[in-house]
Design a protein around this ligand. Structure first.
Ligand SMILES: *Cc1c(COP(=O)(O)O)cnc(C)c1O
Length: 388
């Protein structure tokens, strides 16, 4: 089989649309074009039914008990903004303090920053050298005026998984809300909002082989109903929390994508995990001193983030980009490339942030592709000083 180049290993940035998702969406871009809010005719009913069924699917994948707990948004950035600013504003009488992690995505850090500018207070917790949060530090960070703890499920750069269940039982006990940005985790690892004590959960379509520009926010109605101050006003869609005509085709696609990911999770975890192992072993066979950034055990199956000591990463990228699409951790979370704040948090004194490569493997990655990547790294001039 002939390899198609370049090889895509940037699945944390975005994933290709699964063909089955596209097929599910097409009718809603063609004949079923109705507005889900039109209640007087068949065009509206068809759209409304599709959205209702999508809502059920998404709820089911997250272990949510009521489909009304799912709000559709334009993506995880919006979901995070709505969760953090919406909750902070709705509960400002209780307090103005938020707790989050240094290694969160910008779509969490920036709304937290905005809350500070509006007079709120934010604690950004450090992580250890493996990228994991300490539960003792979290216990100490929660204060009487803390309203919300926001901790990501899986990191988008180093793939490490935070202990959601332990965080959830602590936040429940202390009576604060728990939001998790689960954009990289849903569909890849099992997540159950009830078991993990999650009050708010963000996810995105394009990270799970669905379309871009669509996402969801889980808003618990269980203990008790979580209130959110809307960020945008209009026709009162999504229970008044997120006005705007629903993107029916994309919502159908998001639900289909999650259905597939949840149904095929075990098999995909095994397969992608084996490919990651192949990549790690292969690179280490050819190159000396390469280190893994972040904990390797508590990690997304498709993530590998490697530190190449002494390597000029720009030089490496220029050599390989025609054949391999990876991220150097510099440009992966923001429109303005700068050294990764995640790697800096792991290694404040060192140079990991400027000498690392993120490999994101996924559904369509093949063993032959991984072999090619290993060979290309083994022969890269920028890595010559590391070869055995
Ligand atoms: C991609 C990503 C986002 C942003 O999602 P969009 O749907 O692109 O807005 C937020 N958080 C994490 C962890 C991500 O990986």
């Amino acid at each position: 089989m002939v390899l198609k180049l370049p090889i895509y290993l940037d699945y944390h940035a975005t994933t290709p649309l699964d063909e089955r998702v596209l097929q599910a969406m097409l009718p809603f871009l063609r004949e079923n074009f109705g507005n889900a809010a039109s209640t007087e005719h068949r065009f509206g009913w068809v759209a409304e039914e599709a959205v209702a069924s999508a809502r059920e699917s998404v709820a089911h994948c997250l272990g949510a008990s009521k489909s009304r707990e799912i709000l559709f948004t334009s993506g995880a950035t919006e979901s995070n903004n709505l969760a953090i600013l919406g909750a902070a504003r709705a509960y400002h009488k209780k307090g103005n303090h938020l707790v989050t992690l240094e290694t969160e995505h910008k779509a969490v850090l920036d709304p937290c920053r905005a809350w500070e500018k509006q007079g709120g207070r934010v604690t950004r917790m450090k992580v250890d050298s493996r990228g994991l949060l300490s539960l003792e530090a979290l216990a100490a960070a929660i204060e009487p005026d803390t309203v919300l703890v926001s901790v990501m499920a899986a990191n988008n750069e180093i793939g490490v998984l935070q202990p959601l269940e332990a965080i959830g039982s602590m936040t429940r006990e202390r009576g604060v809300l728990f939001h998790t940005d689960a954009t990289q985790a849903v569909g890849k690892i099992p997540i159950d909002v009830g078991r993990c004590g999650i009050d708010l959960l963000s996810l995105s379509g394009h990270k799970v082989y669905g379309p871009k520009g669509v996402g969801a926010l889980y808003v618990s109605r269980a203990r008790p109903r979580v209130k959110l101050e809307p960020l945008q006003y209009g026709g009162g869609h999504e229970q008044g929390m997120r006005s705007g005509t629903l993107n029916v085709a994309s919502i159908v696609g998001l639900a289909k994508a999650l259905d597939i990911s949840c149904a095929e999770m075990n098999e995909e975890t095994r397969r992608v995990g084996e490919l990651r192992q192949q990549l790690l072993v292969g690179i280490r066979t050819h190159l000396n001193g390469v280190l893994v950034n972040g904990d390797l055990a508590q990690r997304l199956p498709g993530n590998l983030n490697l530190y190449f000591p002494g390597v000029t990463i720009d030089k490496l990228v220029r050599e390989i980009y025609a054949e391999i699409a990876v991220s150097t951790g510099a440009a992966c979370t923001s429109a303005s490339p700068e050294p990764s704040h995640v790697l800096k948090a792991l290694d404040p004194e060192g140079d990991r942030a400027i000498r690392s490569v993120r490999f994101g493997l996924g559904r369509f990655t093949t063993s032959a592709e991984i072999d090619h990547v290993i060979q290309r790294f083994a022969t890269a001039r920028a890595l010559a000083h590391l070869t055995h």
